[in-house]
Design a protein around this ligand. Structure first.
Ligand code: CA
Length: 280
């Protein structure tokens, strides 16, 4: 009888703790504050805001990969660096006055002068692949398309720390473009319309941002050749969040709005697809 009671009490505690976790994970939808022109030929892989209405963008695809300095208001490309035809540009971040960029299916990255985008160095990293980069001003955060989030020494490029990103007990695979915002690392999850807000301390997904309306609106407006949502940039000074996607004709400034929707299995499948598909 005592053991039955113990099991009952333990079960109650477990149910209570699980339901608390579900309630504690905030979900946000978004409102569009501004929209700007974005080069529809830019296969966006890295996006950074650098002050003075200036964005830096890294783009992918073989023979088309590039690094650009872009004026926010007009979308005008002010400086353009074309990468070699055999390189596929991926995530990029700005630390000091240098841009660090990783490349797809390769452990080699490049360093550029932020003013003229001249290539001033290269590096080898220890991730499995190069997908996303961000920085808190001290270390580089990196993703490689798995559920791993890396903290990387920006001098010797050794991995300082690796955490597995999880929502509750479920690994979140395909972490893509990154941005460091107020102590969190925000990550596009490849092929989804979701952004995971991650604690870099332990890899826990603290909350989710749902953005399906952006891609859906572009599709219904006739932009049928667009690819997935990818690219997050943060204007620390003015607290502005920018997002775009691969081959999207627009870049959006968004604001988050909390919603009360409960997370269910469909939501989790939508934001954190099982690891069964292979990237083209
Ligand atoms: Ca970014």
């Amino acid at each position: 009888m005592v053991s039955v009671l113990v099991v009952f009490v333990v079960s109650l505690v477990w149910i209570f703790s699980v339901s608390n976790d579900v309630v504690a994970t905030q979900i946000y939808t978004i409102d569009v504050v501004n929209e700007y022109h974005h080069d529809p030929g830019a296969f966006s892989q890295g996006l950074i805001y650098a002050g003075n209405d200036t964005l830096y963008e890294s783009t992918g695809l073989y023979k088309k990969s590039s690094v650009r300095k872009v004026h926010l208001q007009t979308g005008k490309i002010e400086v353009f660096h074309k990468m070699g035809d055999s390189w596929f540009g991926e995530g990029m971040t700005l630390l000091g006055d240098r841009l660090f960029q990783v490349t797809w299916l390769n452990k080699k990255g490049y360093i550029y002068d932020q003013n003229n985008l001249s290539q001033i160095g290269s590096f080898q990293h220890q991730m499995k692949d190069g997908w996303g980069l961000a920085t808190d001003g001290k270390v580089l955060f990196g993703s490689d398309g798995t559920s791993s989030l890396y903290a990387i020494n920006p001098v010797n490029f050794e991995v300082i720390k690796r955490v597995t990103v999880k929502y509750e007990d479920r690994e979140v695979h395909y972490l893509n473009e990154l941005e460091y915002i107020n102590g969190e690392v925000w990550a596009n999850v490849w092929v989804t319309d979701c952004i995971a807000r991650i604690s870099p301390k332990d890899g826990r997904v603290l909350s989710w941002v749902f953005l399906p309306q952006l891609r859906q609106h572009l599709l219904t407006s006739g932009h049928t050749k667009i690819d997935v949502l990818n690219g997050i940039a943060w204007d620390e000074e003015n607290k502005r969040i920018f997002v775009t996607g691969k081959l999207w004709p627009k870049l959006y400034e968004i604001k988050l709005r909390p919603i009360t929707e409960q997370l269910n299995k469909n939501t989790m499948d939508m934001c954190s697809p099982p690891k069964i598909i292979h990237r083209m």
